[in-house]
Every structure is written in structure tokens, then in C-alpha cells.
Design a protein around this ligand. Structure first.
Ligand code: ADP
Ligand code: MG
Ligand code: MG
Length: 499
């Protein structure tokens, strides 16, 4: 390998003397040791590949890049090379995906459980309250969803000390990056192949990533269950979306492979052009809608006025297949995650004891804020906890001294605002060196990673048509940052190298 040689740190390559356990979490090699000339060459080729293969996002420096496709694109922020990840934990994350799918479905059918678990949150969190109001209306109408489609992503961090794969959260709405994540795996495989002499890494150790095909197939099958060949799939979008290419990838696969047409509409447009026929069918701008796929509607800013809420209600009342339905959406809230972690709750929803054990093994410590012993400990040792409101999309959690300050403030105020939050055990994944690529510039930094495994679920009445894991998303962020939003600029898209 000559001047391009890397210093391998992994037991697999150099030290058979290393303990197996230890080797499984150590980076395969240290990308910081790549010679500058080689690094330049790899990143140049990576940038070209991203541009030619649609691994792109809207550039925040370009004004129209969130509105008009083809304008102001930049390569997606990526890790230059894949992150090593133990095969055993990878297998575990894939294996539990269908169980989590089923769990969401079962929880969604228990309207009383959802309403009661969120009843205190409802009083202090206006957004959750509005979602619950829609859910209540559906319960009153006795609305049944025979065809249920879930496109989920369960996110994990591998706790370094305990070697446990612990769930961060389960996303049931707008699970992002099924499109781009596949491309990152392909990019990395290409680079490992092209630079195999210099890097000595095996491209086949990057598992196949089928997220976009899995999601598109589930959407297409749901569409065909609806059984109206003229109907479309409607993607609910934000008025400005820099991550539009991730969404367009899905629409493109739907069109080219499944011959299903999609339309993109904002909540405001759905309010203006939506019509509910007497038989429950939904028309938007004159088009019959078979499936509603939400890539908006998960955050309060998506509802700037009553009009957007009207649109959400209209869709929920319709017979179109909603991905997610209001009850799937609520089943994915952090509060429900915390309620499911209480003793004997999983058993209410999952019949198989092995399944219960597998799911429980992924649960980190989760508590509500009426647990005074935990509150006391979290005030004393705030760095060991994360405080989470009922929000999605990153950037909402509270860490470190802010945990302490907020808990003290809530204690003193004596109102019920505490019910807006849950407390979670802070997970500390192993820190590894990484080379991050953003805006055409490479950065060497210490990083931590979060693995998301996508899951697709489709059923029609008692017939489960799809229940599987499908692809993955690795996100790597600089270890000094608490939260790792890719859009927010801390994290990059990554893939995994199985060790
Ligand atoms: P969101 O729905 O906004 O994505 P998450 O629960 O995923 O909310 O939290 C956002 C980010 O915060 C995660 O991607 C992760 O980087 C970090 N985070 C969340 N929970 C924990 C935890 N228990 N320990 C360590 N980091 C966490
Ligand atoms: Mg989330
Ligand atoms: Mg998250």
C-alpha cells in the first residue's frame, strides 16, 4: 500500500490478541490517518459521484432551492467512508423492526390507551392537544381504518459501556432519508471498490440498502389495495423543502417501477383544493387520492393557521389510506414510548413472549416527570439524562445543565407543564474518528453515530401484506454536538461497515 497505507486499529486486521468484544466496537481503521493527497482524491470522486447520482439537497445559500427543483443543489452532507458497526447489533436492529411495526399497529387500535397516556400532556401541550382532538373525533365517528400503512424508522445508539443497542425513538411520521440513504451506501461501496488497494476495505461489508424500494413498494401495494387505478398518491409537503430530492426519489421509483403517479401538496393547498365526497373518498384539485404520504404535518410550524388543521382533519375523515393515520402518529410520540417502557405494558400489545423480550432489550431508561426519585437524581446528575418534549424533527431536546435548570423551574412553578416532557437515560455511544464532507469541504472530527432501521407495514383487515425491515440510515455527528440534525448542519449521512 506504500505511502497510502493506513494504520489499522482493528483486531480483525492487526491484533488477533484483542478481545472479540473490544474489536467489535473499535473503528476498522482510522480515516484521520489517510494521507492528504489520497483524502483529496477520494473526496473529489465522492463529490462527483454525489452530483451525478442525485445524492443532493437544496443549498441553503440559494434562495429558491427549497421551492424549485433543479435550482441551487449541493451534495448531501456525507461521511467520506462508512462507519464500522457490529454485525450482531445490525442483525438485532433488523430483527426487531417487524415487531415494532406490529406494536405500533396494535397500540394504534387502543384509542383509550392513547388518549389516557397523553391526557396530562394534552393540558399543557397545544400541538399534542390538537392531534388528540382529531383522534377523539375519529373515535366518536367510530372511524375504522381497514387498510393500514406504516413507514417507520426506529433509531438506535450503541451504548459503549453496556454494549447495548438502545432505541432513541421510533418515528411513525415523515421518516426521512429513505431515498438518499440508499445512495450513501452505494457511494461508499463505489469508493471502497475504487480505492481498495489503498484502503484495504471490503465493499461487500456494506449491507445492501433497499430503503427507497421497500418504501415505494409498500406505498404501491397500499395504492393497489385501495383499488382505484385512476387515483394518485399524495405527498404532503412543506411549502419549502430543501430535502425534496429524498422525496422525489420515492416518487420516481413509484412512477418508473410501479407506474403510480404522485402529486405534491402543502396542507394549505389541500385545504383549498380538498373535497370529501359523501362516500368518504378524498379529491384534491380534482384528483382522487388513494394514499396520503406525510412528509409534513409533524411539527407545530406546519400549522400556521386553522386552515392547515382543517386540511389534516379532512384527510383523516376520508377513506384514503393515511401514512400515518392520526393513531399511528400518536403511537410514535415520545410519551407513548415512555408508557410502553413501563412494566407489563408491552404484554398488553404483543402476544409473543420472545417478541416482548426482544423489544424490551432495546429500551433505555424512560420516565415521566412525576417520578420524584428520578427528578432528584436528574437534578443532581443532569448529564446522565435527556429531557424531551413531544416534538419531532430534531433540535427540541434539553441536555446537561439545562436539564437541571428546567427541572428546578418546573418544580417551583408547580403547574402541570412537566407533563409536556419525558426524561430519558442518556446514551453514550463510542467516539470514533470520521471525515465529514460538507459543502465540498472535508472535516476531520471525532464523531458518534445513530443507526436507523426502516420498517414497512401494510395490512388490509386481518391480512398482513407487508411486515419487514427495509434498509437503513446511519447518521454520524460530531461528538461535541448534543443533537445531530442532518438538515440542522451537525450530522451527515453515513452507511455501515459490518465488523
Ligand atoms: P427527534 O424526533 O426530534 O428526532 P430524538 O429523540 O431522535 O428526537 O432526538 C434527537 C437527537 O437527540 C437524536 O438524533 C440523538 O442525536 C439525540 N438523543 C436523543 N435521545 C438521546 C439519548 N437518550 N441519549 C443520547 N442522545 C440522544
Ligand atoms: Mg423523531
Ligand atoms: Mg430522531
Amino acid at each position: 500500500a506504500g505511502q497510502h497505507s493506513l494504520s489499522f486499529k482493528c483486531g480483525r486486521v492487526e491484533g488477533m490478541e484483542l478481545q472479540k468484544e473490544e474489536a467489535s466496537v473499535k473503528p476498522v481503521f482510522d480515516p484521520h490517518n489517510i494521507e492528504p493527497e489520497l483524502l483529496q482524491e477520494i473526496s473529489y470522486d465522492a463529490l462527483v459521484w454525489c452530483s451525478l447520482h442525485g445524492l443532493v439537497v437544496g443549498d441553503r445559500n440559494s434562495q429558491r432551492s427549497g421551492k424549485v427543483p433543479g435550482v441551487g443543489m449541493v451534495h448531501a452532507p456525507v461521511s467520506l467512508l462508512p462507519m464500522s458497526f457490529p454485525s450482531s447489533h445490525w442483525k438485532q436492529a433488523c430483527e426487531v423492526a417487524p415487531i415494532f411495526n406490529e406494536l405500533v399497529d396494535r397500540v394504534s387500535l387502543d384509542g383509550k390507551f392513547l388518549q389516557e397516556s397523553l391526557s396530562r400532556t394534552k393540558k399543557v401541550d397545544a400541538f399534542t392537544s390538537r392531534l388528540l382532538d382529531i383522534h377523539s373525533k375519529m373515535l366518536e365517528m367510530n372511524k375504522k381504518e381497514d387498510i393500514r400503512l406504516g413507514l417507520h424508522r426506529s433509531d438506535y445508539m450503541l451504548d459503549e459501556q453496556t454494549k447495548l443497542l438502545l432505541q432513541i425513538e421510533l418515528n411513525t411520521i415523515s421518516s426521512s432519508f429513505p431515498g438518499l440513504s440508499c445512495l450513501v451506501s452505494e457511494l461508499h461501496r463505489m469508493l471502497l471498490h475504487q480505492f481498495r488497494e489503498q484502503l484495504s476495505l471490503d465493499p461487500q461489508r456494506i449491507p445492501k440498502n433497499d430503503a427507497v424500494n421497500g418504501f415505494a413498494e409498500a406505498l404501491a401495494k397500499a395504492w393497489s389495495e385501495y383499488n382505484n387505478p385512476r387515483a394518485v398518491i399524495m405527498v404532503v409537503v412543506q411549502p419549502e423543502e430543501r430535502n425534496m430530492y429524498d422525496q422525489h426519489w420515492l416518487s420516481t421509483v413509484l412512477k418508473e417501477r410501479h407506474h403510480v403517479r404522485t402529486i405534491r401538496k402543502t396542507l394549505a393547498e389541500i385545504n383549498a383544493g380538498g373535497e370529501l365526497l359523501p362516500d368518504g373518498k378524498l379529491l384534491v384539485a380534482g384528483e382522487a387520492v388513494a394514499v396520503i404520504y406525510f412528509r409534513a404535518g409533524y411539527t407545530p410550524t406546519d400549522y400556521p393557521s386553522e386552515l392547515e388543521w382543517r386540511a389534516r382533519l379532512l384527510m383523516e375523515q376520508s377513506s384514503a389510506i393515511k401514512c400515518p393515520s392520526i393513531s399511528y402518529h400518536l403511537a410514535g410520540t415520545k410519551k407513548i414510548q415512555q408508557e410502553l417502557a413501563k412494566p407489563n405494558v408491552l404484554e398488553r400489545f404483543l402476544d409473543n413472549k420472545d417478541d416482548v423480550a426482544k423489544v424490551r432489550r432495546c429500551f433505555a431508561g424512560l420516565w415521566s416527570l412525576d417520578d420524584s426519585k428520578i427528578i432528584k437524581d436528574a437534578i443532581e446528575r443532569p448529564e446522565l439524562y435527556v429531557m424531551k418534549p413531544q416534538r419531532e424533527g430534531g433540535g427540541n431536546n434539553i441536555y446537561d445543565d439545562d436539564v437541571k435548570e428546567n427541572l428546578l423551574r418546573l418544580q417551583q412553578s408547580g403547574n402541570e407543564e412537566e407533563a409536556a416532557y419525558i426524561l430519558m437515560q442518556r446514551i453514550f455511544p463510542a467516539v470514533s474518528p470520521a471525515v465529514l464532507l460538507r459543502d465540498g469541504i472535508t472535516y476531520k472530527d471525532q464523531s458518534v453515530s445513530e443507526l436507523g432501521v426502516y420498517g414497512a407495514y401494510l395490512r388490509n383487515k386481518t391480512n398482513v401484506i407487508i411486515n419487514d425491515h427495509c434498509g437503513y440510515l446511519m447518521r454520524t455527528k460530531v461528538s461535541s454536538s448534543n443533537e445531530g440534525g442532518v438538515a440542522a448542519g451537525f450530522a451527515v449521512l453515513d452507511s455501515i461497515y459490518l465488523v
